[in-house]
Design a protein around this ligand. Structure first.
Ligand code: S3P
Length: 445
């Protein structure tokens, strides 16, 4: 398959012909790419971005900021990333768009935009695809309403919603009911234009890319373990952002290497932000051969190399509730690794997985069930009884349910096992990692 060939919708994924071997680099980090585009659009002047992920989700943010009056001239580079300039609306604020903003499948676009729009005199309808229209928005609209923004229809908890911003936004101190970087970011972005200090306290630390990037745009920001604040009002100033590789994409290559006998890979130039690489620790706790080496930084994001080699004797482990935010997008693929490990693996308090692109908890239990693995949910905990000699039954078809992380997880069953598997709606990989199959097949030649 050529690197740009569209991923097929119903894909038959065949076993890799050889172990994974050598160096890989993964596309730009999705969370950091969204923030680079949105913060640059909010800023005064022209920001220079590079390494931006070219995927459907990030394209949703790019077209949203264009609709709101930012000028984004991001062009595709030979390595498949996007790079170029974004000229923001700065102190003028966003333009009133003449049509609803369609955020596609991207929860990050929709939720962060709610914070971006709250301090301005605009009325904007936000909508999204079927999956996004099912996802909870009250967690974002509730604090923004406390700050003075309003949402119509009142009382509605899902998209489509019409947001009405206000120039006289109030700064707040908010105790978030869940660890969510999207919620934290929406409130902080609104707070940049409110008078005074806006603070978000979290029950557990969520990813902190916003706190690391806002100071680069000149916003006074303070951050500690479970709390972050911004000082407003403040105008963002254009800057340069280099986006490092996405650890959530790297996790699929790392887990493939842990599962495919004889493999040994190094994934380079990847963000080593501790709020994102919890999966390396989980793999280690399962006995996998994992190494993390810092090589530098991209802005304030630490970057480096993650190396993983196949280890025959994986064992189950327990992941405590306070670590879940650091693996929130990796639980499906880690659950697949746990299915091959001896003994029980428990992921504590994974309730947030029910409200991702699809109900990932139900999907994990269903998919592992097809493999003959005992997996169940008790309360909010996920249990998996691993089978070290697990073999894939013939003629399996997994349904990705249009969820990119599930599509890649079930693809690993075919790639790392001995039987081909079919994955329905495999083309959802274009949400975060369009070149997933090419990258992984290239490592197994
Ligand atoms: C994201 C935060 C996470 C994650 C999502 C991207 C972000 O969601 O699952 O894929 O870019 O802020 P939470 O809001 O649950 O932390």
């Amino acid at each position: 398959m050529s690197p740009d060939a569209p991923a097929p919708s119903h894909a038959v994924i065949t076993p890799l012909p050889a172990p994974l071997h050598g160096s890989a680099s993964v596309p730009g980090d999705k969370s950091i790419s969204h923030r680079a585009v949105l913060f640059a659009a909010m800023a005064e002047g022209t920001s220079r971005l590079s390494g931006v992920l070219d995927s459907d989700d990030v394209r949703s943010s790019i077209s949203a900021v264009r609709q709101l009056g930012a000028e984004a001239t991001l062009e595709r580079q030979p390595d498949g990333s996007l790079a170029g300039g974004v000229t923001g609306w700065g102190a003028n604020g966003p333009a009133q768009p003449d049509a609803p903003i369609d955020c596609g499948n991207s929860g990050t676009t929709a939720r962060l935009l709610m914070g971006v729009l709250a301090p301005w005199d605009v009325e904007v309808e936000l909508t999204g695809d079927e999956s996004l229209q099912r996802r909870p928005m009250r967690r974002i609209t509730a604090p923004l309403m406390k700050m003075g923004a309003s949402f119509q229809p009142a009382g509605r908890e899902t998209l489509p919603l019409v947001e009405r911003g206000t120039r006289s936004l109030r700064a707040i101190a908010y105790d978030a009911p869940m660890a969510s970087a999207q919620l934290k970011t929406a409130v902080l972005l609104a707070g940049v234009f409110a008078n005074g200090t806006t603070t978000v306290n979290e029950p557990a630390p969520s990813r902190n890319h916003t706190e690391l990037m806002l100071p680069e745009f000149g916003v006074p920001t303070t951050a500690a373990d479970r709390t972050a604040s911004v000082e407003g009002p403040c105008t963002l100033k254009a800057c340069e952002v280099r986006v490092p590789g996405d650890p959530s994409s790297a996790a699929f290559i790392a887990c493939a290497a842990a599962l495919k006998p004889g493999s040994s890979v190094q994934i380079e130039n990847v963000s080593l932000n501790t709020a994102r690489i919890g999966f390396t620790r989980t793999l280690e706790r399962m006995g996998a051969d994992v190494n993390v080496r810092h090589t530098g930084a991209a802005g304030k994001e630490p970057i480096g190399i993650i190396s993983v080699a196949y280890t025959p004797a994986l064992h189950g482990c327990e992941v405590p509730a306070e670590k879940i935010a650091s693996i929130v997008d990796e639980v499906p693929v880690l659950a697949l690794v746990a299915a091959h490990a001896r003994g029980l693996t428990v992921f504590r308090d994974v309730s947030e997985l029910r409200v991702k692109e699809t109900d990932r908890l139900a999907a994990i239990v269903e998919g592992l069930g097809l493999l003959g693995v005992d997996a169940w949910v008790d309360g909010n905990d996920l249990y998996i009884e691993g089978q070290p000699d697990l073999t894939t039954p013939p003629n399996l078809t997994f349904d990705s349910k249009g969820d990119h992380r599930l599509a890649m997880t079930w693809a690993l069953v075919g790639l790392c096992g001995k039987e081909p598997v079919a994955v329905e709606n495999f083309d959802s990989v274009k949400i975060s990692y369009p070149r997933f199959l090419n990258d992984i097949e290239r490592l197994a030649r």
